[in-house]
Design a protein around this ligand. Structure first.
Ligand SMILES: Cc1cc2nc3c(=O)[nH]c(=O)nc-3n(C[C@H](O)[C@H](O)[C@H](O)COP(=O)(O)OP(=O)(O)OC[C@H]3O[C@@H](n4cnc5c(N)ncnc54)[C@H](O)[C@@H]3O)c2cc1C
Length: 505
């Protein structure tokens, strides 16, 4: 374990921050909240906890294994990737919705709420907000930051506390732990185990690929990550790489756009809620709303916005088999309509397609193998039975996070599952929690001292990926943690026995 005074981001931030991280003896502890992961979620929980009034001493320990803050999305990178949400919707605080914009305008005075600003700037904003919150908090609230990886968490003997174990042997005793480990790595592609590391990029956010002029690259996945990697890759290759992108449906995200709401949003929501008895009814209702909006001179995206606003309640109304149906048949369509690109990225991608520098395929990879200095990819186009091959120089896995916790390679999560302290969602979409993010254990009892926040909340809410949703969860969790620990008898998770059995299967 390594201790840090500041993350490198702090160099860009106003004011000095000098909380020395160290592991304290376990006696006479002030109430200690350990947060695992300093991406958006973990940092936002820390900021809100620091800002809330606390009656008793509180020690917040924020642990991050990466060398820089900001998490996967907002860390400093070589290329200025853009946010895919306009600045006016990216505040970490619902009380001050334009907080990020105001921060951005200090360096970009002409920035507006509609602009898609650099992701790195957002990382700096998070860091500055954390430092400000730490400096403004009263003396009895302390923030410590540790650079290290949490590898296990286990109940402490004879107390209600938990022991947090760090890679390298350190240990922290905590009253409460918040897991904010973020976006899981993508699932491995079939055949990738046979490829040399230099030719197969398993996770482009861990090892960003560099494309060269004249080379042919296969990008697997056609969502937002594909867009980032293709645009960055073509920049590096001076537009001279040929990129093939493949996914099961070959769908590319739509562009963000402004539009006037023409339908009554409340009526739309009621219609969707009523339809959420089955996936078939729900899809029909979304289509009807989209058509109606277009007939009235509006934009079909309005229907997606309406569905997204109440996605958690729609998801919760669907039974497990209907959710599985959604994942099989609608998920890809939902993603490209819901997760949209900044207009400039969308235009640049289309330009590459027109020039033949980006070719998008619908199909499935069957195998990959190294052939002399190339990679032979065998794949089958959607709707056909014959396999075909493609010879490429490099393969980049842009399939996005693998949310199926049952397949996670993360040491900490595997350990929690093995101990029965966490449960995987039975549909393979994240981690089971109660309404506050508390984890139910294998017996169905809800933990009083172990919480989760982050994109794997999709098990409960479906839409829990972007800042506007995670911010709400971070604020709610911070308020929960600011309350004295409940001494009432343990609560049971509302999931029925069948659901818990499925989660344990
Ligand atoms: C490339 C990318 C771009 C995105 N862009 C946007 C955008 O523009 N707008 C938007 O609203 N959303 C965007 N998102 C969605 C994004 O998921 C959320 O906005 C948010 O960043 C998620 O934050 P997080 O803290 O939950 O996860 P992460 O950002 O993944 O952070 C988790 C952190 O936990 C650390 N960690 C994990 N395990 C451990 C451990 N055992 N010990 C110690 N540390 C650990 C990781 O190193 C990481 O830094 C983007 C996502 C990605 C992947």
């Amino acid at each position: 374990m390594d201790t840090l005074r500041t993350f490198p981001h702090a160099r860009h931030s106003a004011g000095a921050f000098a909380t020395r991280a160290h592991v304290r003896p376990t006696d006479s502890l002030p109430r200690t909240v350990v947060i695992v992961g300093a991406g958006f979620s973990g940092t936002a929980v820390a900021i809100h906890l620091l800002r809330l009034p606390q009656p008793a001493p509180l020690r917040i320990v924020l642990i991050e294994r990466a060398p820089t803050a900001g998490g996967l999305a907002y860390a400093i990178r070589e290329r200025p990737y853009l946010l895919n949400v306009p600045a006016g919707r990216m505040s970490a605080s619902s009380v001050d919705p334009l907080e990020f914009l105001a921060y951005a305008q200090r360096t970009l005075p002409n920035a507006t709420a509609e602009d898609f600003l650099p992701r790195e700037l957002y990382g700096q904003y998070l860091e500055a907000s954390l430092l400000n919150a730490a400096q403004a908090s009263p003396l009895h609230i302390k923030l410590e930051r540790i650079h290290g990886e949490v590898i296990a968490i286990e109940p402490a003997r004879r107390t209600s506390r938990v022991e947090v174990h760090l890679d390298g042997g350190g240990r922290i005793t905590a009253h409460t732990v918040v897991l904010a480990p973020g976006n899981p790595a993508p699932a491995a592609l079939s055949g990738s185990e046979k490829l040399p590391e230099s030719r197969y990029i398993a996770d482009p956010w861990q090892s960003p690929p560099v494309f060269r002029a004249g080379e042919t690259v296969l990008v697997v996945g056609t969502g937002l990550t594909m867009a980032d990697i293709v645009l960055a890759g073509q920049d590096a290759a001076k537009g001279q790489a040929t990129i093939h992108a493949i996914s099961r449906h070959g769908l590319v995200p739509a562009s963000q756009s402004d539009f006037q709401q023409v339908n009554d949003e409340r009526q739309g929501r009621d219609l969707l809620r009523e339809a959420a008895v089955s996936l078939r009814h729900l899809v029909r209702a979304v289509r009807a709303l989209a058509e109606d909006a277009e007939l009235r001179g509006g934009d079909w995206r309005e229907a997606i916005g309406t569905a997204r606003a109440i996605a958690p309640s729609l998801w919760q109304r669907l039974a497990a088999d209907e959710r599985m149906r959604f994942l099989r048949h609608v998920h890809s369509y939902w993603d490209v309509h819901r997760h949209r690109l900044p207009p400039c990225s969308w235009s640049a991608l289309n330009e590459l397609r027109r020039e033949g520098r980006l070719v998008v395929h619908a199909g499935r990879i069957l195998d990959m193998e190294g052939v002399s200095r190339k990679i032979k990819v065998t794949w089958r186009a959607r709707g056909t039975s014959a396999a075909t091959t493609l010879l490429v120089d490099r393969v980049v896995n842009c399939t996005g996070p693998q949310y199926d916790l049952r397949r996670t390679g993360e040491r900490l999560l595997r350990s929690l599952l093995a101990q029965g302290m966490a449960l995987a969602d039975p549909c393979g979409v994240g981690i089971m929690t109660d309404e506050f993010g508390a984890l139910p254990d294998a017996s169905g009892r809800v933990a009083r001292n172990l919480y989760y926040i982050g994109p794997m909340l999709r098990s409960r809410y479906w839409e829990a990926t972007a800042v506007p949703e995670l911010r709400t969860h971070a604020e709610q969790l911070a308020r929960r943690l600011a309350l004295p620990v409940q001494s009432s008898s343990p609560r049971r998770h509302p999931a029925g026995r069948r659901e818990l059995a499925a989660a344990l299967a």
